[in-house]
Design a protein around this ligand. Structure first.
Ligand SMILES: O=C(O)[C@@H](CO)OP(=O)(O)O
Length: 478
C-alpha cells in the first residue's frame, strides 16, 4: 500500500497478454487535420502510419491534447508537449502551471507566498528583474500574467523594474514580437508615470537566448547571461521596439532567432544589468526551458560557462521547475503535484522500462513523463537513453534529426527482451514544424514514419502511437 492508503498493485490488463512488450511511440507534433497544402503529414509519404491506421481502424483512436483535456485553463489553449506528456505519463489530468498562476494572480495569493516575500526584501534598495518569454502563446508564459505581476509588484513596493524579454515566433506568429514589445512598453510607460523606474533592459529570440533545454547548448544560456546579468551584447539600442524592428531587417530574420541585445542610456551604458542585492523572477511557468537558467542563477558551483560575475541576488521562479532538484528553491506559485505517475507504478510492479529520445525531447519521455521529476524511480528497472541532438543549427537544416537513431535504439531494446515497455519520442515533425519551413517539415514527417517502420518489429504485442494534436490558429500556417 502507498502511504495514503492506495495500492501500487496493477491489475492485469483485460486484453493485452501478460509478459509481452509494449511499444509506446510519441510522434511529437503529429495530428489529424483537414488535408491541404499546409498539412505536411498529409503531403508526406507515411506508409507505416497509414498501414497502422488502415489496417486496424477499430483500434485507431485520436487523443485530445489541448485545453482542459490536459489541464490548461480553457478549451482555447493550444496543447504543448509539457502538458501532453504530463497527462500521458500520469494517466490523469492535473491543473497545469498556466492555470495555477492564473488562480494565484486572481486571488492575490501569489503576493502572500514565501517566494514573493523573499524577493520583496530587495525592493527597497535593489532592482526587480523579470526574465521570460514575451507572447500570449500560453505554452511557456503569458503576457497578461507578466502585466499583472508588474502591476502587483509595483503596488507592493518595487521601485525599479527591468524586464528582459525573449521574443517568441514559435507559439505565436513570427513577426508578432514587435506588437508584444509595444504593449509592454506602454505598460512600463504607465508605471513610470506613477514614479516607478521601469524599463526593458535586454532581449533576444528564445532559440538564441536563454531558452535552451535539457543542456543541448549552453551557449544559448550564456548569450542570455551576458545580456541580462553582465549587460553585454553584440547589439545595443536605445529602445526595445527599435531593437526588434532593426534586427528583423536582417535577411531571414525570425523572432525565435533574434540575436541578443541590450538597451543602453545616452552614455551607451546598459540600463539594467543584474547586480548584488537585486531580485530576479523568471516568469515562465513551463519548466523545461527555464531549468538551465535557474541553475546558472542559483548554483554556487557551476561550470557550464564562465559567468564572469555571480551576483548575490534573491531569485525566484514563477514555479519550481524541477521537483527532484528543488530548483529553484524559491518560487511564486507551487507547481502541480503530479504524483503516482505510470512510471512509478511500473517499477512497483516489476515492469521494466526503456525510454529514449534525442536531447531536445529527452526530458519529454523522462522528466515530463514522470511528473516533472528528474532521474530514475528505480535504476535497476529502467534505462533512459539520450541521443545527442544537433546543436547550433536550426532544425530545418537537418529535418531527419535523430529519428533513425532513436528507432534503432528502440528496436534493439525490444529485441533484447530486457524491457516490458519501450517508450520513445520522435521529435521531427514538431521541431521542424515549428520552423515554419514546409519543405523541411514534409521531410521530417517522412523521417518519423521511416522510424516507425524500424520500430515495428514482430516481437512486440501492442503499440500505442500517440499523436500530440496541437491546433494552431488558421493563419499560423500561412
Ligand atoms: O519547443 C518548445 O518549447 C515547445 C513550443 O514552445 O514545443 P513542445 O511543446 O513541443 O516542446
Amino acid at each position: 500500500m502507498g502511504s495514503s492508503g492506495f495500492s501500487w498493485k496493477l491489475n492485469d490488463h483485460p486484453k493485452l497478454p501478460k509478459g509481452k512488450i509494449i511499444g509506446l511511440v510519441v510522434l511529437d507534433g503529429w495530428g489529424e487535420a483537414k488535408p491541404n497544402q499546409y498539412n505536411c503529414i498529409h503531403i508526406a509519404e507515411t506508409p507505416a502510419m497509414d498501414s497502422l491506421k488502415m489496417g486496424a481502424p477499430e483500434k485507431w483512436r485520436l487523443v485530445k491534447a489541448h485545453g482542459k483535456a490536459v489541464g490548461l485553463p480553457t478549451e482555447d489553449d493550444m496543447g504543448n508537449s509539457e502538458v501532453g506528456h504530463n497527462a500521458l505519463g500520469a494517466g490523469r489530468i492535473f491543473a497545469q502551471g498556466a492555470k495555477l498562476v492564473d488562480l494565484a494572480l486572481a486571488s492575490g495569493k501569489i503576493y502572500e507566498g514565501e517566494g514573493f516575500n523573499y524577493i520583496k526584501e530587495s525592493f527597497e534598495t535593489g532592482t526587480l528583474h523579470l526574465i521570460g518569454l514575451l507572447s500570449d502563446g500560453g505554452v511557456h508564459s503569458r503576457l497578461d500574467q507578466l502585466q499583472l505581476l508588474l502591476k502587483g509588484a509595483s503596488e507592493r513596493g518595487a521601485k525599479r523594474i527591468r524586464v528582459h524579454v525573449l521574443t517568441d515566433g514559435r507559439d505565436v506568429l513570427d513577426g508578432s514580437s514587435v506588437g508584444f514589445v509595444e504593449t509592454l512598453e506602454n505598460d512600463l510607460a504607465k508605471l513610470r508615470e506613477k514614479g516607478v523606474d521601469a524599463q526593458i533592459a535586454s532581449g533576444g529570440g528564445r532559440m538564441q537566448v536563454t531558452m535552451d533545454r535539457y543542456e543541448n547548448d549552453w551557449d544559448v544560456v550564456k548569450r542570455g547571461w551576458d545580456a541580462q546579468v553582465l549587460g553585454e551584447a553584440p547589439h545595443k539600442f536605445k529602445s526595445a521596439v527599435e531593437a526588434i524592428k532593426k534586427l528583423r531587417e536582417a535577411p531571414n530574420a525570425n523572432d525565435q532567432y533574434l540575436p541578443p541585445f541590450v538597451i543602453v542610456d545616452d552614455n551607451g551604458k546598459a540600463v539594467g544589468p543584474i547586480v548584488d542585492g537585486d531580485a530576479v523572477v523568471t516568469v515562465n511557468f513551463r519548466a523545461d526551458r527555464m531549468v538551465m537558467l535557474a541553475k546558472a542563477l542559483e548554483y554556487d558551483d557551476f561550470d557550464k560557462f564562465d559567468r564572469v560575475r555571480f551576483p548575490k541576488i534573491r531569485y525566484a521562479g514563477m514555479l519550481q521547475y524541477d521537483g527532484e532538484l528543488k530548483l529553484p528553491s524559491h518560487y511564486l506559485v507551487s507547481p502541480p503535484e503530479i504524483d503516482r505517475t505510470s512510471g512509478e507504478y511500473l517499477v512497483h510492479n516489476g515492469i521494466r522500462t526503456f525510454a529514449c529520445s534525442e536531447t531536445v525531447k529527452f526530458g519529454h519521455v523522462t522528466f515530463f513523463w514522470n511528473g516533472n521529476r528528474s532521474g530514475y524511480f528505480k535504476q535497476e528497472m529502467e534505462e533512459y537513453v539520450e541521443i545527442p541532438s544537433d546543436s547550433g543549427i536550426t532544425f530545418n537544416v537537418q529535418p531527419k534529426m535523430k529519428a533513425l537513431e532513436i528507432a534503432e535504439k528502440a528496436r534493439d531494446a525490444i529485441l533484447s527482451r530486457k524491457f516490458d515497455q519501450v517508450r520513445v519520442n520522435l521529435p521531427n515533425s514538431d521541431m521542424v514544424g515549428h520552423t515554419g519551413d514546409i519543405e523541411a517539415t514534409i521531410v521530417a514527417c517522412k523521417a518519423a514514419d521511416d522510424a516507425v517502420k524500424v520500430i515495428l518489429v514482430l516481437e512486440i504485442s501492442s503499440f500505442f502511437f500517440l499523436l500530440l494534436i496541437i491546433p494552431f490558429p488558421e493563419n499560423f500556417k500561412q
